[in-house]
Design a protein around this ligand. Sequence first.
Ligand code: MN
Length: 189
Amino acid sequence: MTLEEYRKKRNFKVTPEPAGRQKESRRSAKLPIFVVQKHQATRLHYDFRLEIGGVLVSWAVPKGPSLNPADKRLAVQTEDHPIEYADFEGVIPKGQYGAGTVIVWDKGTYEADPGSGSAAEQLSHGELKFNLHGKKLRSGFVLIRTGLKSAGALGQRSWLLIKRQDEYADPSWKIDRYDGSVLTGRNGK
Ligand code: MN
């Protein structure tokens, strides 16, 4: 887990995004955070991020997360982001990496399922079970790596994000009913 790729892709003199502290953050006393950012880039997607090992391990989810356990959402792992990114909303200027509008669509804490190892261990095994404590997303989810070594660099980064069956499961989930920033109320259009 490192911010090298994150920093390499961005010009912090131009983009309003945070560069991140020199050392990866340590916040061991509290529950780790998660954030979902709606990102109106060339293609709309939702960036799903979990705090693991002092950074935000990140996936781009084209259709966004779902509370319907029948939905298996493609989640393509992207570069780790700094913890401070969790509060970033704004417009990444044209010509910069990821140009477009970003809002904080949901944010909260999470817990990796006990008994399956730490989040970092589960991540490296390609199956991460966790419970979210957000405003829109609640309770059990799983991320499963589907990318095979033989699938090339992009294929290896493919995961599925799936809601697990519990009292927060919602078979009638439609993401557009839950639009807007949980920080500022602004919409993500
Ligand atoms: Mn993005």
